[in-house]
Design a protein around this ligand. Structure first.
Ligand SMILES: NC(=O)c1ccc[n+]([C@@H]2O[C@H](COP(=O)([O-])OP(=O)(O)OC[C@H]3O[C@@H](n4cnc5c(N)ncnc54)[C@H](O)[C@@H]3O)[C@@H](O)[C@H]2O)c1
Length: 266
């Protein structure tokens, strides 16, 4: 059994991870952390009844963390502290939190030099395949206008989504030219070579991303829709089991977990 701790255990993704870890025969929930709901039973919060694991105060994770893998779905500021604690205690990491700034990314890179760390803005298998399809499409649409829009629930804090930014960067990398990434448009703005990323927020939309390749007389649209957060949780469970067996410290992605990186290039 892989001994797993969850940070953000009272949140939307954290509660689902608690449920998945408990229901999986290969994983055991040993600790659950948050900065709210401290003292409550993690299973009760997750809607599966008492499991005997109480929510611990994440502000003390440095002293109390004791697991083999830590899975984090929190906030950028919180995640950085949790990641530091895990790397100090030699606990392997699976990080789903999004919205890190450059400074925070550097700290994570440093921590990952000590422990194997899977970091991805999207754990769903569908989105990871979607990135591959976008990469392929970009090769054939070099002269087309390219735009991205994403829709998420009203509670999402960061914008645009980490997934949308990754789509933009995948395209930029293929095109090998300086396509500026912009966020929305207002006023006089004749189209240049930019890739615009638009973020729509509202209701309970779990997550939707569309890339448009627009030419004269046609357009290709590629869309991914997450129907439920279970798509992310299932991917995160794969990452937990994968990282547990990794010995070499470093920053990994779902390309590694899903075996995409080893596939032969055409
Ligand atoms: N990578 C993915 O596939 C994926 C999927 C969904 C959401 N996300 C990201 O995961 C993060 C969380 O999303 P959510 O919808 O669960 O948010 P949420 O607001 O429902 O949950 C976040 C939880 O983290 C807690 N928290 C805040 N600071 C903390 C700290 N220092 N230590 C421990 N807990 C702390 C909050 O109290 C809250 O309970 C966001 O950044 C979101 O964009 C990633």
């Amino acid at each position: 059994m892989i001994r797993v701790a969850v940070t953000g255990a009272a949140g939307r993704m954290g509660r689902l991870m608690v449920k998945n870890i408990i229901e999986d025969s290969e994983t055991e929930l040993v600790q659950a952390y948050d900065i709210r709901e401290v003292g409550k039973d993690a299973g009760e919060l997750a809607g599966i009844g008492k499991v005997g694991v109480q929510i611990l105060d994440a502000r003390e994770i440095n002293k109390t963390l004791d697991s083999e893998v830590l899975v984090d779905f929190t906030t950028p500021e919180g995640a950085v502290e949790n990641i530091k604690a895990a790397s100090n205690k030699n606990v392997k990491l699976v990080v789903g939190t999004t919205g890190f700034n450059e400074e925070q990314k550097k700290i994570i890179e440093e921590c990952a030099k000590k422990v194997p760390t899977v970091l991805t803005p999207n754990f769903s298998v569908g989105v990871n395949v979607f990135w591959k399809i976008v990469e392929l499409a970009a090769k054939y649409f070099k002269d087309y206008d390219i735009e991205i829009y994403e829709i998420h629930h009203r509670f999402k804090k960061d914008a645009p989504s980490g997934t949308a930014l990754k789509i933009a960067n995948v395209i930029k990398e293929v095109l090998g030219e300086d396509r500026e990434i912009i966020h929305g448009r207002q006023g006089l703005c004749p189209r240049g070579k930019e890739i615009a990323v638009m973020a729509i927020r509202g209701g309970d939309v779990v997550g939707e991303h569309t890339v448009l390749f627009l030419g004269m007389g046609e357009r290709l649209e590629i869309t991914h829709r997450a129907h439920s957060r279970q798509a992310f949780a299932s991917g995160a469970m794969k990452a937990i089991k994968w990282v547990y067996n990794v010995v070499k410290p470093g920053l990994y992605t779902m390309d590694d977990v899903l075996g995409f990186r080893n596939e032969k290039k055409e």
